[in-house]
Design a protein around this ligand. Structure first.
Ligand code: NAD
Length: 418
């Protein structure tokens, strides 16, 4: 009997079982590694602008306490449930272990459609959610960050609410804050930059020259837009972009800086151009060199995987590829997969830098942040590729095996408690 259910949680379990079989982990040890340590559900009542009261359900799952504090984003979306949050927390654990950060995975979320609430209601909900979480989080216990539907402003409200209860400013309680409220330079760009950096590394491996190569991006939020921008700066033509409102396509390459400006003013890519509108259902299967899914989970299923026409699949989103699609990709060796826990790990790497800087009250230049981010990503990439080649296993299996192995070793040395 478990409180966790749903397709995203089932996917995290399926993926773990592949790794556990590969690593020959005995059955009695598997549950201990996979089962989240804590799950918290809270109800968050807020006053609506029309004077009524609405209650939103919020969650936080702390997957494992073995490696240090837990760390993970907070998602505000109508799809959020405890199973999805648990899956995202589990993936965070493998990701942090893979890149060598001193954290276990966590994730949180509120079941809300942020497009349906006002800015004042969003602030009330953000503050209420953090207030409900105060007994369970802390700079040495569990550190939050942004995810889908949350941003720097929401992190500033979280930090402020926590700080007011402590009677002092505690910037290190969240990462992804505005720079002038204790955030780090380079965090906003970190995830997308990391995705583009690793895509560039793979292009080198495959002998694809960036100038004139093509990219397609699904999702134009924090991750998708900065990945698009850096790929554009590297000389790639970003020929298609989609978001929840639709898609744009231009074989000559979209003007990404102009599109970013439009999206930040209007909240989406809608209205950027009438001539360039395109069917969003066809975005993932467009012919291109680099495909970046940077929106929701499970957008690449078996059928889509059969029809992919990219050379590099750079997973900006968490869990965009289903296990069924993974089995298809195993046969399609012409596609180089950069698995999510590696590809989008630049975000948590720079969140870690932000936490370290906040604890020390010593802040770094952006060049320092980027240099260290790329150094960690390069090391993890080399490690993943070497393991995949040595054991003749898919890239996702290699990346997750490295993460799971580290967690398993830490649990073996510490004992049963964490
Ligand atoms: P965001 O809220 O900033 O952006 C999400 C984007 O996805 C928006 O452009 C939205 O319109 C689009 N979208 C939603 N539904 C869509 C659909 N059906 N089709 C196409 N596009 C759709 O979120 P984000 O922070 O960029 O996160 C995106 C993904 O990256 C998530 O899976 C998240 O977990 C993952 N991620 C984010 C970070 C980070 O630092 N923000 C780090 C690691 C992983």
């Amino acid at each position: 009997m478990t409180v966790y259910s749903g397709p995203v949680f089932d996917m995290a379990v399926d993926q773990f079982n592949v790794i556990a079989d590969h690593l020959e982990i005995p059955c009695d040890e598997r549950e201990r590694i996979l089962q989240p340590k804590r799950a918290i559900t809270v109800s968050c009542p807020i006053h609506r602008d029309d004077g009524t009261i609405s209650v939103f359900e919020g969650y936080r799952v702390q997957h494992l306490l073995t490696m240090g504090p837990t760390k993970g984003g907070t998602r505000f979306a109508p799809t959020v449930d405890i199973g999805e949050v648990a899956a995202l927390a589990i993936w965070m654990s493998w990701k942090c272990a893979l890149v060598g950060l001193p954290y276990g995975g966590a994730k949180g979320g509120v079941n809300v459609d942020v497009s349906q609430i006002s800015k004042r209601e969003l602030e009330a909900l953000s503050r209420r959610y953090m207030q409900e979480m105060i007994p369970f989080v802390g700079p040495r216990t569990d550190v939050m960050a942004p995810d889908m539907g949350t941003n720097e402003q929401v992190m500033a409200w979280f930090m402020d609410t926590y700080s007011m209860y402590q009677g002092q400013t505690v910037t290190e309680i969240v990462t992804g804050k505005p720079v002038f409220s204790g955030g780090t330079l380079g965090r906003r760009e970190a995830t997308g930059r990391g995705v583009a950096h690793l895509a560039r590394r793979v292009m080198d491996v495959l002998g694809i020259k960036p100038v004139g190569a093509t990219a397609v991006i699904q999702g134009f939020g924090n991750v998708g837009s900065y990945a698009a921008l850096v790929l554009h700066q590297l000389g790639l033509k970003v020929i298609a972009v989609s978001d929840h409102t639709g898609a744009l396509h231009d074989a000559k390459g979209l003007d990404i800086p102009a599109l970013m400006k439009h999206a930040s003013t209007h909240g989406s890519i809608a209205g950027f151009s009438n001539e360039l509108t395109f069917d969003p259902a066809e975005v993932l299967t467009l012919a291109c060199d680099v495909l970046v899914p940077a929106a929701l989970e499970r957008t690449i299923d078996g059928g889509v995987a059969e029809n992919l026409k990219c050379r590099v699949l750079a997973e900006g989103a968490n869990g965009p590829t289903t296990p069924e699609a993974d089995r298809v990709l195993e046969k399609r060796k012409e596609i180089f997969l950069i698995p999510d826990i590696l590809c989008n790990s630049g975000g948590v790497v720079v969140s870690y830098f932000e936490w370290v800087q906040d604890l020390q009250q010593l802040f770094w230049e952006e060049e320092e942040v980027m240099r260290r981010e790329y150094q960690i990503l390069d090391r993890a990439f080399d490690h993943m590729l070497a393991r995949s080649r040595a054991d003749r296993i898919p890239h996702r299996t290699a990346a997750m095996a490295i993460g799971v192995e580290k967690v398993r070793a830490a649990k073996a040395t510490r004992g049963l408690f964490p």
